[in-house]
Design a protein around this ligand. Structure first.
Ligand code: ADP
Length: 368
């Protein structure tokens, strides 16, 4: 069975009428980032942010049209319309190539390493990392997750993994959770064990978790960074060939100021910033559905614009996200078709698009 091409996908999509009910969504230029990989198709439909909800039937119609092809799975995500001008690529310093091989020793088998960072703790960096990794894996990519938050490893809990890694010589095998490979200091020590790390130990612990683990072939390794801008971050960003960094922030000013520090750190070591994510953006009351902006709203978006970095999306503050991530069943797997999973998938798609723009490499995906 030969793989369908993105041309065939577009041909199907050109049968879907746009919101004006006259032209089709392809000629309206709404379809973006068509990816076909191993029988799985993912694409985005660009819509005005404020109409995303009412255009859900359009998304479904597009998926249905593509599902007529001989494929295994199709995922359409709605992405917010880009304001003219805001998407002009930020002027890049003459940075050396950052992906595998660019001066820093790569990790054999791993195509792209992406750091998820935040200026301070408690903003939902780990929750975002795990859901982002799972959303990326749901597109058919081979994904690994390195919990580099050695001060407070949370991946064993978030993925409900209680096993311990086995070792062959000094090489550890990663554990698996919901189809992604995972390594965390939390597998090696009890969660309650207080860990005090001194600088050189931090460096060797991180280096080991990255390089002395049998990751195998990975399209992407997501690194959940420790919060802040200290030793560990600098080590990671200096010694690891990062393809890019994603910064997670709450809308509060203070967290934003910290996020700015994080941005500057990556810029200093010439790691491309793939963009900013606003977490705990709005609170939707589970009882009455009313929306409240507990931590303010839109702070990260305007901050991203001001700093000239892409804005990747907003994740609401919601009970389901908390109980599932703390209960070992991240919302992207416990309710993969739900509204929150969809948001993480949209963000995953944006991350892939930004990675493509920065490195020109969209791993293992047919992109025509
Ligand atoms: P960090 O890694 O930045 O320290 P965590 O991901 O551990 O933060 O999140 C801190 C707490 O907030 C956790 O209990 C987590 O479940 C919760 N949380 C994170 N993001 C959200 C969200 N969008 N909605 C609800 N709870 C969230």
């Amino acid at each position: 069975m030969s793989e369908v091409t993105s041309k065939e996908v577009l041909a199907q999509l050109s049968k879907v009428k746009g919101p004006d009910l006259k032209s089709d969504i392809v000629s309206l230029g709404m379809v973006e980032n068509v990816l076909v990989n191993d029988g799985k198709v993912i694409f985005s439909i660009n819509v005005p942010a404020e109409r995303a909800q009412e255009l859900e039937p359009l998304r479904e119609a597009a998926e249905k049209a593509v599902s007529q092809l001989n494929i295994e799975k199709v995922t359409a995500v709605l992405t917010a319309e880009r304001k003219p001008g805001s998407q002009a690529p930020a002027p890049k310093p003459a940075a050396p190539q950052q992906h595998a091989g660019g001066g820093k020793a790569g990790v054999p088998g791993i195509k792209n390493i992406i750091a998820v960072a935040s200026g301070k703790g408690g903003v939902g960096k780990s929750t975002t990392s795990v859901n982002l990794a799972l959303a990326l894996a749901s597109t058919g990519l081979k994904v690994g997750l390195l919990d580099a938050d050695i001060y407070g490893p949370s991946m064993p809990r978030m993925l409900g993994i209680t096993d311990k890694p086995t070792a062959q010589g000094k090489i550890l095998s990663p554990l698996e959770g919901y189809g992604i490979k995972v390594m965390s200091m939390g597998f090696l020590v009890e969660e309650e064990t207080p860990m005090i790390w001194r600088g050189p130990m931090v460096i060797s612990a991180l280096t080991q978790m990255l390089r002395e683990v049998a990751w195998g072939e990975l399209d992407l390794l997501i690194v959940d960074m420790p919060p802040g801008t200290g030793d560990a971050q600098l080590t990671m960003s200096q010694q690891v060939p990062l393809a890019g960094a994603v910064i997670v922030s709450t809308p509060q000013d203070i967290a934003l100021i910290d996020a700015r520090k994080g941005l500057n750190m990556f810029r200093k070591v010439e790691v491309p910033i793939l963009g900013l994510i606003e977490n705990m953006s709005t609170f939707i009351c589970p009882k009455c559905g009313e929306q409240s902006d507990i931590f303010g709203h839109g702070g990260a978006r305007s901050e991203a614009e001001r700093l000239g970095v892409p804005f990747l999306g907003e994740i609401p503050l919601h009970m389901d996200i908390r109980t599932n991530s703390d209960g070992g069943t991240p919302v992207t797997v416990s309710n993969p078709e739900g509204p929150h999973a969809l948001i993480y998938k949209q963000i995953a798609n944006e991350v892939l698009a930004r990675l493509d723009a920065e490195t020109g490499s969209r791993p293992q995906i047919v992109f025509e």
